[in-house]
Design a protein around this ligand. Sequence first.
Ligand SMILES: [Zn+2]
Length: 200
Amino acid sequence: MEKKTHVACANLVSLSLLQPKTVPELLITVGTSTIGALLPDVDLKDSTSDKIFDRLMTSLITIIIMSIIINYFFNINIYNKIKEYNNIYNYIICITIFIIMSYLGSKTSHRSFTHSFLGLFIYSIILSYSFSNKIVITYFISHLSHIILDLLNMKGIALFYPLKFRLSLKLCEVKGIVNKILFITSSLLNIIVLILISIK
Ligand SMILES: [Zn+2]
């Protein structure tokens, strides 16, 4: 499926199940669901997300080296300073591990680790370290929806990675008619769900 179809379907499932009640809740649900819908395809070698993760890793390594230099020359322990703010420290650790795992996922072959149950659980468990249950559930169902949609494609996915065999229901092509129908239907249903949530 195309990225826009993954995003539309994941948002539909997340909004229908979680029914956010406030605007911040709505933004968090849509944001998390979009990340969950797109993350599995970091393993596309020429994808934009692949380049983004390469840059994120470079930035991360630069920050770590800079903090070691500051600690060494100026005797300022940045980690201890951040640790004083427990919540922020947990978020930083969690997001850093998530970025590193996404980067490693981007280096695996297409539709293997990030499209498997193993990947789904690892990414969700990492987020559960510091994010709320609602965010973790939103991420989990969005990532799962991506896996289910890709199962419909002709090309199989390594659902039980590290086992190498690939599963496929062979029902449609990535940019075929099923993809188009799913995108249009889920986009329209998203609008209906949003209207229903707002008038509740
Ligand atoms: Zn995919």
